[in-house]
Design a protein around this ligand. Structure first.
Ligand code: MV4
Length: 450
């Protein structure tokens, strides 16, 4: 097994990876920016290296600084967490070239899935259904018009180098297509240095449901069921749960089996997520594949009992999964609320000093956070300060557990999403499982109307 791992991240996920390493008997090295010297990941790691000033481009994203820290501390492997360098194929290659194991998939898999048009082609060949749309990138406006007319409106234009909702344009009729196509290309070129876009049929009220998979270096792939991620705002997820209220065991086994087979076919290694859109009739379509551990991974851990971060580390070490699909059992229901330091109405960041702090506990409550009383949330990074995760026997009981946990959760001095989560737990649409990617839009409009 690895002796020492460098964690190329910060915040709650850096702490989460340290916990996994500690249980496996692996030494940890934290890296941190000058804004993070008081962070818990620095305190809890066995060793820590300051790698640069607060802006992430000069610290957590600065490959020479990260690799230098790894070389100086003589680590065997690097865990990238999520965000930052987690889906940077070049970084994974640099690790390999330096004889440091990158804890994640191959650079080739990261590169393919990072190009969303290419990812769709690969997954179509591997057997996953796609929405009607362009086969790959749309090179000219004439092609765009022909494709849109062929599949019918509404359509959506997406940046191939984008993902997660960045660089998308919904087009409701042919008169809007030309300008949407041009704007999307322009935005993609500016944001990703790649103007490539593709087109697909736009689904009005889909659910965003994603399947967790694990693949090892011996060709074994299993799925760990789905996460319902429809509750999002500005493409930022707010609440995730497992399982989805939409899927029964037959659909779960069928779709999960298809997804695992596709990942096995492409030779996928490590933890990965297949993002699907579902309509209410359980028709589903492949959208994107994420090649990292995700923020919402705990809800899957809670219902399967499988430690996903430890699994990533064992897989990177060349170990076989050690269990098969039949061994994976789904138990109860789990919900995660993302606690962000942000203004409740404007959803703008609210960094600053935490002046009062109380975390819930008790049966079935899990907190993944790097925040504490007296901690100052820096303005330089993502506004998520922690995650509240609950597990119980049923969805209804999980909601009750989340409510009682939120009731005693106190984070003061900064504005957080805690009050918003309390209100969502009381909403009739949430309670009845009536979810779609439009949920937050409807919910916020209802709140405004009183
Ligand atoms: C879609 C879609 C409907 N139809 N694609 C958003 C995140 C990114 N992964 C892709 N996303 C979507 N893709 C088709 N063909 C709906 C979404 C979507 C969304 C779109 C507009 C505004 C808010 C949204 C929230 C979630 C998902």
């Amino acid at each position: 097994m690895f002796k020492k791992i460098l964690i190329a991240n910060r915040g709650e996920i850096a702490c989460r990876i340290i916990w996994a390493c500690r249980e496996l008997g692996i030494e940890t090295v934290a890296i941190y920016s000058e804004a993070d010297s008081d962070s818990l990941h620095v305190r809890f790691a066995d060793d820590a290296v300051c790698i640069g000033p607060p802006p992430s481009g000069q610290s957590y994203l600065h490959i020479p600084a990260v690799i230098s820290a790894a070389e100086i501390k003589n680590v065997d492997a690097i865990h990238p967490g999520y965000g930052f360098l987690a889906e940077n194929a070049h970084f994974a290659e640099v690790c390999e070239a330096c004889n440091i194991k990158f804890i994640g998939p191959t650079p080739a898999a990261i590169r393919t899935m990072g190009d969303k048009a290419q990812a769709k082609k690969a997954m179509k060949e591997a057997g996953l259904p796609l929405l009607p749309g362009s086969e790959g990138v749309v090179e000219t406006i004439e092609d765009a018009i022909a494709i849109a007319n062929n599949i019918g409106y509404p359509v959506i234009v997406k940046a191939s180098a984008g993902g997660g909702g960045r660089g998308m344009r919904i087009v409701r009729n042919s008169s809007e297509l030309s300008s949407a196509y041009q704007t999307a290309r322009h935005e993609a070129g500016a944001a990703f240095n790649d103007p490539s876009v593709y087109i697909e049929k736009y689904l009005e009220n889909p659910r965003h449901i994603e399947f967790q998979i694990l693949g090892d270096t011996h060709g074994n792939v299993v799925h760990l069921g789905e996460r319902e991620c429809s509750i999002q705002r500005r493409h930022q997820k707010l609440i995730e749960e497992a399982p989805s209220a939409l899927l029964n065991q037959e659909v779960r086994n069928r779709v999960g089996g298809l997804v695992a087979k596709a990942c096995q076919e492409i030779g996928y290694v490590s933890a990965g997520t297949i993002e699907l859109l579902f309509d209410n009739d359980c028709n589903f379509y492949f959208m994107e594949m994420n090649t990292r551990i995700q923020v919402e991974h705990p809800v899957t851990e809670m219902i399967t009992g499988i430690d996903l971060v430890q699994a990533q580390i064992r897989i990177a070490n060349g170990e076989p999964l050690g269990f098969s699909q039949e061994d994976v059992r789904f138990n109860g229901h789990s919900i995660e609320c993302r606690i962000n330091a942000e203004h409740p109405e404007k959803f703008t960041p609210s960094p600053g000093l935490i002046t009062a702090f109380n975390l819930p506990g008790g049966p079935g409550v899990r907190i993944d956070t790097a925040a504490y009383l007296g901690y100052t949330v820096p303005p330089n990074y993502d506004s998520m300060v922690g995650k509240l995760i609950v597990h119980s026997s049923s969805r209804q009981m999980a909601i009750a557990r989340m409510k009682r946990a939120l009731d005693v959760m106190i984070i003061e001095g900064i504005k957080t999403t805690i009050p918003l989560h309390r209100r969502i737990m009381d909403s009739q649409d949430f309670i009845s499982g009536n979810l779609s990617t439009r949920f937050m839009e409807t919910f916020l409009a209802q709140q405004k109307a009183g």
